[in-house]
Write a protein that binds this ligand. Structure first.
Ligand SMILES: C[S@@+](CC[C@H](N)C(=O)[O-])C[C@H]1O[C@@H](n2cnc3c(N)ncnc32)[C@H](O)[C@@H]1O
Length: 168
């Protein structure tokens, strides 16, 4: 979710048999991505130019095999934490459209976002956290390609964290 154009194009090219939906309300980002999709002739990548929540509301139950939340807006002020994606308001509809065994990946450079993600996800009985040791959240996934925001975070000295959950 959210435009990271190179990331999307890489995902589409690496998984030609998989249908991918990107969600991004920032219209300039969508316009750039649509141009790249057309130029490259990519046919397995669709873009919803709006809130990811709207998409989850209309997707059939159990229809999604993977979901990616990559460097979501941090909403740093405490009173805004409830606007973060990792709240039941978003996680409940996400859980509904993920099929059993589906993978939900979260990447963030914000320690308090890690805290809230873990707090929320560990409180749920419909996901399990797939981590066996520190390497699992310190190292990116083996098929990972960095996003624009991750590059910015690294340049500015922040540490990425990678969390993987399985839908039960
Ligand atoms: C910090 S940026 C990260 C962008 C990209 N994922 C990356 O790693 O480079 C957060 C992005 O989330 C998008 N966004 C915010 N709220 C959203 C929502 N409800 N649904 C989909 N995208 C959203 C923003 O427009 C912005 O592009």
């Amino acid at each position: 979710m959210a435009v990271a154009n190179t990331w999307y194009m890489h995902q589409a090219a690496s998984n030609p048999d998989v249908g991918i939906i990107g969600c991004e309300p920032y219209i300039n980002g969508v316009a750039t991505l649509l141009g790249k999709i057309r130029k490259a002739g990519v046919t397995n990548l669709a873009v919803h130019p709006g809130d990811a929540r709207d998409m989850m509301d209309v997707l059939p139950e159990g229809s999604i095999e993977r979901a990616f939340l990559l460097y979501p807006d941090p909403w740093p002020k405490k009173r805004h934490h409830r606007r973060r994606f990792v709240t039941p308001e978003h996680l409940d509809p996400l859980a509904k459209c993920l099929k059993s065994g589906a993978i939900f990946r979260v990447a963030t450079d914000i320690p308090d976002y890690v805290r809230q993600t873990m707090e929320q996800m560990m409180n749920r009985d419909d996901f399990e956290w797939l981590a066996e040791g520190p390497e699992d959240w310190r190292k990116p996934w083996s098929d990972w390609i960095s996003t624009r925001y991750e590059q910015k975070a690294l340049r500015e000295g922040r540490t990425p964290h990678y969390m993987t959950f399985r839908k039960l």
